[in-house]
Design a protein around this ligand. Structure first.
Ligand code: NAI
Ligand code: MG
Length: 499
């Protein structure tokens, strides 16, 4: 019997496969037109009478206006923090302090979707990251330090830890809520009050956190939030009634703050830039290493102080690694930060985009070979395609300077000694990664790498119990863990470091 065959197959072969859009609900966030400063438990108008717009970097859409705090405003915030410290907070029983921190942690969890959407909206990072990393880790920091609040005597046996007073805290725009948590949780657990200044491009989750404080019934003035640019930060650093400054940001500003504070007796911790080496040996499980490389440099568009921005590959597996890496880059999805399928979001600001562009141009000019997977950049907003540079000499600017963008520089090595030498050939020393099957080699490398954190067969892993911080131009002092309490305490009869 003759079977009639149709010319065309019934199901056409897939030529292109696309994800359907999966946007997280923006309606979870309701924004005010204008935000004042959070001082003494209230949002107040700035005495400066100055405001500035805050936008979404993925669309350039205006989100709200926030206050530019002047020196008088910073002074009111410090006074509010001082009053709260003297009138109750410093004398509060430690378990009571812990209760507030636990409450804040719980409220962050309860409002996690709202916080995640706002973080992605204001900062440009993919919702997958703000939802799965930033917000849960921020809550985890409050839970962790809540646990220490009534155990300081055990954290520092025989040293009689005492709170300092008012802490001034200045944070950057790459992990706005998480950096807030890194700063505020240990400061409050140690019995201090705080004035925190968020970065000028990402003030909104800090202002939502002000609402979290109110919801937690935190006594007025224990947490104060002053928005503004570098001038506001400088006024906070210079204020005479602040006992301690904690800063995360650029090495340039970190150095200026250190100069400013020299001789004042104020305590200081600095968490600055990095140019981490991610080192892959020929015995590493290569597919896993590729995931670690991608996570190391394209996570949060490379706006990460501990980003693995220098890839050191053992020469024998260089070709295979680069080929696999390029193939993996083709699968990264760049676009709407609120889409749950997005891997690479928007660059945080026009300023940062210009900096990345300039450094990438310098890489091309100096002779490195550039690779970018085919991807369509949205017309509005600030975007940069994931980029890999090969044929990079150690002297090139892209191998030396922090780019703080989705740009990887690949270099090679032959022996473990050479890997260590190249990895340490940087003024920074924040983090490093080692990929190898051999445990003994991991330990050998970790001993020699001048980096505050060395990840083995993983990258960009964070835990509130684990101290984080740098060597050399990456700063000093540690955040996280028991170590993270120390900069917020004084000890009887001993001067602690960083002061
Ligand atoms: P930045 O250091 O100027 O800003 C960080 C924070 O410091 C912001 O809140 C800012 O308002 C404040 N600030 C600025 N000038 C100040 C001053 N004189 N006194 C007190 N506070 C001040 O960093 P920026 O300009 O946003 O980024 C420049 C580069 O710095 C980036 O391209 C990146 O390489 C690096 N960076 C590193 C970060 C890290 O996590 N280690 C975070 C942000 C930037
Ligand atoms: Mg700056």
């Amino acid at each position: 019997m003759a079977v009639e065959r149709t010319q065309k197959p019934l199901t056409p072969a897939l030529t292109e496969w696309e994800y359907a859009p999966a946007p997280e609900a923006r309606e979870l966030v309701s924004l005010q037109e204008r935000y004042g400063l959070f001082i003494g438990g209230e949002l107040v108008e700035p005495r400066s009478r100055e405001w500035f717009p805050t936008i979404s970097p993925s669309t350039e859409e205006l989100l709200a206006e926030v206050a530019q705090a002047g020196p008088e405003d910073v002074d009111s915030a410090v006074t509010a923090a001082r009053t709260a410290y003297e009138n109750g907070w410093s004398a509060l029983a430690a378990p009571e302090r812990a209760k507030y921190l636990f409450r804040i942690a719980r409220i962050i969890q309860e409002r996690s979707r709202e916080l995640a959407v706002l973080e992605s909206l204001n900062g440009g990072k993919p919702i997958r990251e703000s939802r799965d990393v930033d917000v849960p880790l921020a809550a985890a920091h409050f839970f962790y330090y809540a646990g220490w609040a009534d155990k300081l005597e055990y954290a520092f046996p025989n040293r009689r830890p005492k709170s300092l007073g008012v802490a001034g805290q200045i944070i950057p725009w790459n992990f706005p809520l998480l950096m807030l948590a890194w700063k505020i949780a240990p400061a409050l657990a140690a019995g201090n009050t705080v004035v925190l200044k968020p970065a000028e491009t990402t003030p909104l989750t800090a202002l939502l956190f002000a609402d979290v404080c109110r919801q937690a019934d935190l006594p007025p003035g224990v947490v104060n939030i002053v928005t503004g640019d570098g001038r506001t930060g400088a006024a906070l650093v210079q204020h005479e009634d602040v006992e301690k400054i904690a800063f995360t940001g650029s090495t340039e500003v970190g150095k200026a703050i250190q100069r400013e504070l020299a001789g004042t007796g104020k305590k200081l911790t600095l968490e600055l830039g990095g140019k981490a080496a991610n080192i892959v040996f020929d015995d590493a499980a290569l597919d896993g290493a590729i995931e670690g490389i991608v996570n190391g440099i394209y996570f949060n568009q490379g706006h990460v102080c501990c980003a693995g921005s220098r890839l050191l590959v053992q020469e024998s597996i260089y070709e295979a690694t680069v080929a696999k890496l390029k193939r993996r880059l083709e699968t990264l999805r760049l676009g709407d930060p609120l889409d749950k399928n997005t891997d690479v979001g928007a660059i945080n600001s026009k300023l940062q985009l210009d900096k990345i562009t300039e450094l990438v141009e310098s890489g091309k000019d100096e002779g490195a070979e550039i690779y970018q997977p085919p991807c369509r950049l949205p017309e509005k907003g600030y975007w940069f395609a994931p980029t890999v540079f090969t044929n990079v000499a150690q002297s090139y600017r892209i191998a030396q300077e922090e780019i703080f963008g989705p740009v990887l520089s690949v270099m090679t090595f032959r022996t473990p000694e050479e890997a260590v030498e190249k990895a340490n050939n940087t003024p920074y020393g924040l983090s490093a990664g080692v990929w190898t099957e051999k445990g003994s080699r991991i330990l050998w490398m970790a001993e020699r790498l001048k980096a505050g954190v060395v990840w083995a067969n993983t990258f960009n892993r964070f835990d509130p119990a684990s101290p984080f911080g740098g060597y050399k131009e990456s700063g000093f002092g540690r955040e996280g863990g028991r170590h993270g309490l120390e900069p917020y305490l004084s000890f009887e009869g001993s001067e602690s470091w960083g002061g």
